[in-house]
Design a protein around this ligand. Structure first.
Ligand SMILES: Nc1ncnc2c1ncn2[C@@H]1O[C@H](COP(=O)(O)OP(=O)(O)OP(=O)(O)O)[C@@H](O)[C@H]1O
Ligand SMILES: [Mg+2]
Length: 257
């Protein structure tokens, strides 16, 4: 097993008196898609905010590429090669789509490479090329999600943190977005840590998964194995009466792609 690119050890983060995560330890290996599954309020967003430096942990450590980034500035962490696509996308609504993308690349000086990556994201999401000159606030929710992911790519990160990309999207659009996330991982070699309530999509796209409940990791395993666990099926996949339908839905990601 290769060294972890990202490692959290016993991380505890709180909002005033509210402990949101309580001793979370997890590893993300280079080149994989890892996922944290959990329901509303489990602490998924808090984990990502703690990694990217938006909130400082009360306890524990976060290491990226073997070095501590615990409680460092978000801008420093981005410069180390770690990009965060926040919950609810947070694009700059009054800036054009193109300027939003360029904001993602603000730390980069090689204009040729930035231009090439702009072409890459336009190839992933052709609608963004069509709307390049338009204000980002005029995009639909799904298109804003595409823009938010693309803006993260524009920083040329080694690791992308993705907070609930399926939020508020139709099943069809969710599937399209997840297919692109898998392509970004396979084609660019970008490591991805994805947090989701949509266990169905997340387990299909990911290699390794953690289950978070009330701020604690209660289960971890390869996604192949997590998909087969009865309690996961019941609580996260709505598949209590699993049958032929369930079997057909649960094809391995190789065939799914
Ligand atoms: N800004 C805040 N102030 C106070 N409490 C907060 C704040 N943000 C989150 N919390 C609390 O921390 C806990 C974890 O919240 P978090 O947003 O990390 O959950 P989540 O798993 O991302 O949920 P969701 O799926 O609804 O996005 C919850 O109990 C929540 O109420
Ligand atoms: Mg959240």
């Amino acid at each position: 097993m290769s060294e972890a690119i990202l490692q959290l050890q016993n991380v505890e983060s709180a909002y005033g008196p509210i402990k949101a995560i309580r001793g979370v330890s997890l590893k993300v290996r280079p080149g994989e898609i890892a996922t944290v599954l959990g329901s509303n309020g489990a602490g998924k967003t808090t984990i990502l905010k703690t990694i990217s430096g938006i909130i400082d942990p009360r306890k524990g450590s976060v290491e990226f590429k073997g070095r501590s980034i615990t409680a460092k500035d978000p801008s420093f962490i981005v410069q180390q090669g770690l990009s965060h696509v926040p919950e609810g996308r947070e694009v700059f609504p009054l800036l054009s789509v193109r300027d939003n993308l360029l904001m993602g690349a603000y730390t980069r000086s090689n204009r040729d490479e930035v231009g090439r990556d702009m072409e890459t994201v336009f190839a992933y999401f052709p609608i963004l090329r069509e709307r390049a000159g338009q204000e980002a606030g005029l995009l639909s929710g799904g298109q804003q999600q595409m823009l938010a992911i693309s803006r993260a790519i524009m920083a040329a990160p080694q690791l992308i943190l993705l907070d609930e990309p399926s939020l508020g999207l139709s099943p069809k659009l969710t599937k399209e977005i997840f297919e692109i996330v898998v392509r970004i991982n396979r084609e660019r070699g970008t490591t991805i840590l994805l947090v989701e309530q949509n266990a169905n999509m997340a387990l299909n796209a990911s290699d390794y998964g953690y289950v978070l409940e009330n701020g604690r990791i209660v289960l971890e395993d390869s996604c192949d194995r997590l998909r087969e666990k009865e309690d996961i099926k019941e609580f996260y996949l709505g598949m209590k009466d699993e049958g032929v339908r369930g079997e057909r839905r649960w094809k391995k990601k190789k065939t799914w792609r």
